[in-house]
Design a protein around this ligand. Structure first.
Ligand SMILES: [Zn+2]
Length: 120
């Protein structure tokens, strides 16, 4: 009877131990669930931020496009759409803008020397 009692008591201790483990596991599961929720929140935040970033970079590129197109408009309005003004008469290289061609002809290269010979 005594041994049976002791056995039962040990079983109770074991069960309490199990119970503690079970509680710990449940706590860990709660922790996991809250971490999963955090991950979801962070993912949403990440998506929101990447949207913001892509928006900003889109704005930047569209601004750059606007700038370059307005530059082009400025040059075409100023110099006219005449393509000849953009091609070097010496090396036949074509330039994006007439001003670049003028700069090319002012350089100390083969074309620049010929150009300054003709116009001095
Ligand atoms: Zn040239």
């Amino acid at each position: 009877m005594e041994s049976e009692n002791r056995r039962l008591r040990r079983q109770v201790v074991d069960l309490q131990c199990d119970n503690t483990y079970m509680r710990k596991i449940t706590e860990m599961q709660d922790e996991i669930i809250s971490l999963k929720q955090q991950i979801i929140d962070l993912k949403n935040e990440n998506i929101r931020l990447s949207h913001l970033v892509s928006k900003t970079s889109k704005n930047k590129t569209s601004n750059q496009n606007n700038e370059s197109s307005s530059d082009e408009e400025y040059y075409t309005a100023d110099e006219g759409p005449d393509n000849i003004d953009r091609i070097c008469q010496y090396c036949k290289q074509s330039f994006k803008y007439p001003s670049v061609l003028r700069r090319h002809l002012k350089l100390k290269n083969k074309c620049g020397n010929q150009y300054s010979k003709c116009f001095k």
